[in-house]
Each structure stands twice: as C-alpha cells, then as structure tokens.
Design a protein around this ligand. Sequence first.
Ligand SMILES: Nc1ncnc2c1ncn2[C@@H]1O[C@H](COP(=O)(O)OP(=O)(O)OP(=O)(O)O)[C@@H](O)[C@H]1O
Ligand SMILES: [Mg+2]
Length: 361
Amino acid sequence: MQSTPAARTLDVEDLTVRYGAALAVDGVTLAIEPGEVVALLGPSGCGKTTLLRVIAGFVRQASGRVRVDGATIDHLPANQRNIGIVFQNYALFPHMTVAENVAYGLRARGVRSSEVQARISRFLDIVQLAGFRERLPRQLSGGQQQRVALARALAVEPSILLLDEPFAALDRNLRLDMQIEVKRLQRTLGLTTILVTHDQDEAMSVADRIAVMNKGKVEQFDTPVAIYDRPQTLFVNGFIGTTNLMNGKVAALHDGTATVVLDAGASFSLSAPAKISVGASVLISVRPEQLALSSVPGPGAWKIQPGLSLPLGAQLVHEARTVDGASLKIVEPRRASPADTARVYCTLAADARPTLFPRST
Ligand SMILES: Nc1ncnc2c1ncn2[C@@H]1O[C@H](COP(=O)(O)OP(=O)(O)OP(=O)(O)O)[C@@H](O)[C@H]1O
Ligand SMILES: [Mg+2]
C-alpha cells in the first residue's frame, strides 16, 4: 500500500446557501480536525446534503468559506478539490462495469490509463471486491454496490471523504460491516470525513464528533457523549436519545446551582444555565435510565401513577404518569424478584444529570 498522505483540516466558515429565496444552510461554522470523523445528524430538509454539496463543489454558497488546511477551495471546480463523495441514494452508473465505475472520477480528472488500471485494482482490493471488476451493478448485492461506490470515491485518493447516508439502504448486519469498513479505511488512509446519517446509533458509534443540525443551523457540535449528556438546546435534547420532560419552577439560585420545584411535587438541585432567574418556568429533562422507582416518600421523590412495564432486552421499561400529567419512561435493569407494587414514587438515580431548559426555548 502507498504511504498515507497527511490528513487535512476542513473548515467551514459562516456558510450560507440559498435556493431562490429559501435558506437551506444558515451560517454554519465547523472546524474539523485532520483525520476526524464528523457525523452530520438532523431531520430531513435541515441542509445536510446541501452542506456536503458545497464542500464538494457542486453547489455555490451565497456567503462564507470552505478551507482545506487553511486555504480556501471555493474557487476550485469539483474535480480539482481532491474530495471523495458517496452520494445519498446515488446508484452506480448501471451500464458501466464495476471497474468502469471506479475509474469514472479518475478519467474526469485526466489520470493516465496505466495509473487508472492500478488504482482500480488497488481500491477494489481495499473494499474486497477484486473478483468483481467486470460485473454490472445489477449483478451485485446492495452492500457490494455500496462498496463499489466507496471504491469510486476513494479512487481519486481524496484527502477528504464525504458520505451522504451511505448505509441507509442496507440491512442492519451489513450496515454494521460497512460502518466498521469505513472506519478502518478512514483510519488507514488518514481521511478527514463527514458522514451524514439519520441514524443516531451510527453517529454515536462511528463519529469522533457530531454536528446536530436543525433548519440550516448547527445547534451543537460536540463529542457523542457530550451531545447525549449535556445537550445545549431543547431541540438537541429531544432529537438525541429518549428523554423525559417535566415542568418546574426555579425556587432558588446559588452559585450556578438552581433549586427546582417540579410541578409533579418534588424538588432537587441542578446546574443552571447563565440566563435563568428565580421564579422562571423551566423544563427539566432526564433520561429514562436516570430515573428510579421507589416506595419511599421524601423531598426528592414525586408521586407517580405506574403504568405498563415492558421488557427490553436486559432492561425493563416502566411507563408512569406524574400528578401534573407528564408521562415518564423509567428504565431499570431487569430483576429476578417480582415487581414491587409499592413503588409509587419516582426519584433521580444516584448518577442522574438532569438538564434544565428555560420554558421559552
Ligand atoms: N436543488 C434544490 N432546489 C431548491 N431547493 C432545494 C434544492 N435542494 C434542496 N433544497 C431544499 O433545501 C433544504 C435542504 O435540503 P437538503 O437536501 O440539504 O436537506 P437534507 O438535510 O439533506 O435532508 P434529507 O435528510 O431529507 O436528505 C430543503 O428544504 C430542500 O427542500
Ligand atoms: Mg440529504
């Protein structure tokens, strides 16, 4: 294998993209480290594909810059950007063989014929499809087609790889194989990578950092753990993982810690955002695994009406309703002992890190 090229930084600076009057990307800034994998996560239509298309050079931004290793690439046409892209739902050219598909970007870049042949061999080897050169796409499985698309993107020897939902059409097992494959290639080849996905688990497992987008904006750009444990906005909080929201009021504030009284009837302290004041209406978000059922009343326990309990693998999911009508999900390890019907209180688990949001956001 050839030596690994040095990985590049990728900087997106205050990027705005319009389609006519509509704003598809709205002031996005992302500073991506060399060799880093960033997942773009967000609802349909939030601007993920558009952002990739600008980076790749297929769509022109209204304002803002894209830099690779500090130098702007905005003036370069797509075929001079040294960026590999696997498009969303983008099939291979159906009338071309596997080898011709892989060669496509190389010919467009004027790579000479002997080099094209060498790269076809090398990258089909890498995606483990060496014996498939002469097949047509329709003679391949979905996963094999995706691997050819990946080989085609890698064949231009990019320093940056853009993947737009590359595994969406694959079944679960194959998707896992491909995720591992991409991670391995990305490491070996030193590729700075952006992966667009709808799949939170995929983002959590493959990415070094996640950018959560909403309506053209990046709401949070952080490590998977920070996004999960310390969501900065209600949108991110609701979009990532399952969460419980309860209404409450700030009763006291002291050194960045708020004492909150839940409408459901308990009170506890938690760290408060800067702009909150005493008396403010707030929403408290707690993950299901950070709540616990209890039979003991107390200041930190609130009364609940237990509902169904459903087994979920090694866990048990309890549904419950608070006295002010909020519905809760509480996850516990499955126990051998029979359910304790006296557990009509809910508390925060010992390691719970509830998040406080002002009600207006
Ligand atoms: N060629 C186009 N002309 C006009 N509007 C467009 C065009 N492409 C995308 N849009 C609009 O821009 C917005 C962002 O689209 P984009 O394709 O970037 O979203 P996305 O986040 O990739 O969504 P999905 O998850 O569904 O792929 C959407 O409102 C979309 O309708
Ligand atoms: Mg898209």
